[in-house]
Design a protein around this ligand. Structure first.
Ligand SMILES: Nc1nc2c(ncn2[C@@H]2O[C@H](COP(=O)(O)OP(=O)(O)O)[C@@H](O)[C@H]2O)c(=O)[nH]1
Ligand SMILES: [Mg+2]
Length: 363
């Protein structure tokens, strides 16, 4: 699963990517038009894992991760480049959409003025138009097959869902906000609709915006503008990139100065994780404390397979305590047992975020 960083060129995508990775890839005030995508695997900040590690003092601590890809941005009047941008979007499981809100006369904007809400909607409109074309093409195909007497088994059901999609798209509603049910989604999955992809809008604001409160206001407006179908958050890519490159002591002082507890980047990474519909379960001990990513609702036996296929195959039971209960008894398993906090769950148990697990299995 990977998140594609997208948006107009010069919106600050590479700057945000650098902040995420602590790297220092060149950011340019002229539009990047070539080159390979930048790919990074980023650890998810999780205070719970930090606390577990402080308790067990393991040899190794392993975070959950999110994969990001930074590539070219949208331009005006370069269809070849824009096609590449949409290739990345099609290839991504979710989108991190950077919209520029900072003013800086030395950094040109492809639309020649800074207007983050316009930009947020611009990309959305492109996704919607692309999907509309897909729906029309597919409906034509279904009609054609029916006329030739070669109607597919599921054609009527698919047609009905597509017509609902069309109605939504024509009223400029992205498909992720069209109220499609689980079965509807299965029916149209083969079409790979772009406006269905989960999206997080990042408003790249100036330092002044952070202080004045304009940042938070913009984030709220952006989310409303996209019909509440996306989460939006505001940060300064420039500040986050600087923070990521500072030694930890300096970063701490800098954050204190800004009056915040942690870099906005941490919020961004956690929001990305939710965007992919991931939750974490933990394994914890003196060798390793580790967060494992699973999709929300994954049954225990399948979750065991994340660690090793043998554990899934030989699954007997999952011994589980929630992170909260673990903390209530300060990690004492004896006390956890006497409170009934330690549970034995079967293979179909839907794993919960923050479960600390010990899988019992046969080999
Ligand atoms: N003033 C200011 N400049 C920024 C900020 N973020 C990015 N830039 C500048 O904008 C230009 C484009 O940034 P870049 O990350 O390469 O944009 P990309 O084309 O979307 O990847 C560079 O000159 C950056 O230094 C910001 O938050 N404030
Ligand atoms: Mg770039």
């Amino acid at each position: 699963m990977k998140i594609g960083i997208t948006g107009f060129s010069n919106s600050g995508k590479t700057t945000v990517f650098n902040a995420l990775t602590g790297q220092n890839i060149e950011t340019t005030a002229y539009a990047t038009t070539s080159g390979e995508p930048h790919v990074a695997v980023v650890g998810v900040p999780d205070e719970r894992l930090d606390k577990l590690s402080a308790f067990y003092k393991p040899k190794k601590t392993t975070r959950a991760t999110v994969d990001y890809v930074d590539y070219l941005g949208l331009t005006k009047g370069d269809p070849k480049q824009n096609a590449k941008v949409f290739e990345l979007i099609r290839d991504s499981d979710a989108l991190l959409h950077v919209a520029r809100a900072f003013e800086d006369p030395s950094v040109p904007h492809p639309l020649e003025s800074v207007d983050p809400l316009r930009d947020a909607q611009y990309l959305e409109a492109e996704l919607i138009l692309g999907d509309l074309a897909l729906v029309e093409k597919r409906l034509d195909k279904i009609k054609e097959l029916a006329q030739k007497g070669k109607k597919d088994k599921g054609a009527d059901a698919e047609k009905e869902v597509l017509e609902r999609c069309m109605e939504a798209l024509e009223s400029e509603t992205p498909l992720r906000a069209a109220g499609l049910g689980e079965d509807d989604l299965k029916t149209v999955r083969h079409l790979g609709f772009l406006s269905l992809k989960p999206e997080l809008v990042v408003l790249n604001v100036s330092e002044d915006d952070l202080k004045s409160g304009r940042a938070a206001e913009l984030a709220k407006k952006a989310s409303e503008k996209l019909k509440g179908s996306v989460e939006a958050l505001a940060l300064s890519g420039k500040i986050e990139m600087e923070l990521a490159q500072m030694p930890p002591e300096d970063a701490g002082a800098f954050l204190e100065d800004l009056g915040v507890k942690e870099p906005a980047l941490n919020r961004l990474i956690r929001a990305s994780y939710r965007l992919l519909d991931y939750i974490s379960f933990f394994t914890a001990g003196e060798d390793e404390c580790r967060a494992w990513s699973i999709t929300n609702g994954t049954p225990a036996k399948k979750a065991a397979g994340k660690i090793h296929s043998d554990i899934e195959k030989g699954f007997i039971r999952a011994e589980i305590i929630s992170y909260e209960d673990f903390m209530k008894v300060n990690g004492s398993m004896g006390e956890a047992r006497s409170h009934g906090y330690l549970r034995l769950e079967g293979k179909d148990y839907p794993m919960k975020d923050g479960d600390i697990v010990n899988f019992r299995f046969n080999v």
